[in-house]
Design a protein around this ligand. Structure first.
Ligand SMILES: Cc1ncc(COP(=O)(O)O)c(C=O)c1O
Length: 484
């Protein structure tokens, strides 16, 4: 071959020759089987030492780009035959994802989207108050687990989770939610999202129907779709999911009974019993997402589906994203005995295990009573904010009518005077206002039945709620400007 190689200066010459040859092989200028000039000849042409060329050749041989045939010289390796062939080039195109991944990044909770005007009043849904988190204590616990002497947390861990944390979770849910389960039933996961992912992997095959609430929690719809399930949105009424409307072939039903996401009402006891009976009769499983029920403001908590279930149909899912921080990225699932081995294998296949130092620190946070204390403090604070939002909306004359709800970190309110706000309307009108809020329309899989807003109060200070809602009302009720 008569390959042209440009050399610059007198430094790193072997490196330059190596890169020039490598690039020529990769882009097909040099083809499989072609002979390279002997080192002596190339050295003379390039006016470098023979050793310099040998160094470049040896490196390319070592990496498999070139082969030497004893007594016959150095050749381009056969690996590069296909890359250079015209047939292969003709079919080469951009890599594309499977069509079920042809979805835009969801904007409903605006994570990763900074409004043009910056965030002054944050009514984003699902965020706890970071400012009130005991970071100093948490840092101490995590640092303790990261000491060299804490070697037990430094190797590969059990996919089901850190044994101390599993036991602590079992105790925690037995006290806070009257969920009776032993530590063996608990799997520690990367948030509720992974708990639901593991359950779906264990129970669903491609094309199986997974029923979800409509409106509902978009990340779970997306997850189920991505696994190849047929996602079947089922309407909710004031008592919860309409059991009669669940497709008969649903294998899995995902619900949020304590605090329907996003509408906020609890599922009635009657509806819970109906759902459990339906699942038993149809041989289906139920995922109970209990994501924020630790924050209940008065009223008797309704027993969990898990607690009411006598036939092993319910998988209970919890998260520390609301009681602690989303960034800790820990949640859990409690599965019936029949599913525990498969769940363990699924977690192993997904990511083997969750970070051990964080798990161990959380176990101590729970065991020392710090989680319970933090929840008590936050419950009182969130209740004040919940009441304030309701009070201000009422004082504003009811342009937004809150749906009755006594729990959690958000409140959903419906537009009353026939006004309609699409996802795009809300995002566009609030974008440069400094108010961040989620339109209810964002939580529907199909056409929204009702128009409203989901107001998170986890991340907004009590003192800012009045001004935030005043501004929100003025931006959303102002006449549409057509000069934009
Ligand atoms: C309905 C619902 N489930 C679960 C979660 C928590 O998910 P994760 O534990 O994956 O952070 C949220 C958070 O917003 C939620 O709204």
């Amino acid at each position: 071959v008569d390959l042209h190689i440009d050399l610059v200066g007198r430094h790193g010459l072997a490196d330059q020759i190596y890169h020039a040859l490598r690039a020529a092989i990769l882009d097909g200028r040099l083809r499989a089987g072609e002979a390279l000039p002997p080192t002596r000849e190339l050295a003379r042409r390039l006016q470098v030492s023979r050793n310099t060329v040998s160094v470049a050749y040896d490196r390319l041989v070592g990496e498999g780009f070139l082969v030497t045939r004893i007594g016959a010289g150095t050749y381009i390796s056969d690996h590069f035959g296909a890359a250079a062939s015209p047939a292969r080039q003709a079919t080469t195109q951009e890599l594309l994802p499977h069509p079920r991944w042809n979805v835009p990044y969801p904007r409903w909770n605006a994570v990763g989207h900074a409004p043009a005007g910056g965030v002054r009043y944050n009514f984003r849904v699902g965020l706890p108050d970071l400012a009130l988190f005991p970071f100093e204590t948490w840092r101490r616990l995590v640092a303790h687990e990261l000491r060299l002497s804490a070697v037990r947390t430094a190797a590969y861990g059990d996919p089901s989770g850190h044994s101390g944390l599993r036991a602590a979770i079992a105790r925690h849910v037995s006290v806070s939610r009257a969920v009776k389960a032993d530590a063996d039933a608990v799997t520690v996961t990367a948030g509720a999202q992974q708990a639901i992912d593991l359950i779906a992997r264990v129970l669903l095959g491609p094309g199986d129907c997974a029923a979800v609430e409509e409106p509902g929690y978009p990340p779970v719809r997306l997850l189920l779709q991505s696994l190849g399930a047929r996602v079947c949105p089922v309407p909710v009424d004031s008592q919860g999911i309409v059991v009669e409307a669940i497709p008969r072939d649903a294998r899995l039903i995902y619900v949020s009974p304590a605090h329907q996401f996003p509408l906020g009402m609890p599922m009635s006891l009657g509806r819970r019993m109906e759902l459990l009976q339906w699942a038993a009769a149809q041989d289906a499983a139920i995922i109970e997402d209990d994501y924020d029920s630790e924050f209940r403001f008065g009223g008797r908590p309704i027993e969990t589906l898990y607690g009411l279930d006598t036939r092993g149909r319910v998988l209970y899912v919890g998260t520390f994203s609301k009681t602690m921080l989303p960034a800790i990225r820990l949640g859990f699932l409690i599965a019936p005995k029949s599913l525990q081995p498969a769940v363990r294998v699924a977690k192993y296949a997904a990511d083997w295990f969750s970070p051990l130092a964080t798990q161990a620190a959380l176990a101590r946070f729970i065991d020392e009573g710090l989680l319970a204390r933090h929840i008590r403090k936050m419950r009182a604070e969130y209740e004040r904010r919940h009441d304030r939002v309701r009070h201000v909306l009422a004082a504003q004359g009811g342009w937004l009518q809150p749906i009755e709800s006594g729990a959690g970190l958000h409140l959903t309110a419906l537009l009353t005077d026939g006004q309609e706000l699409s996802l795009a309307d809300v995002l566009e009108r609030t974008d440069d206002s400094g108010v961040v809020v989620s339109p209810l329309a964002a939580f529907y899989a199909n056409q929204p039945a009702q128009s409203g807003l989901v107001l998170g109060y986890g991340a907004i200070q009590l003192a800012k709620i009045d001004d935030g809602l005043r501004l929100l009302r003025s931006v959303l009720t102002a006449p549409v400007r057509h000069d934009r």
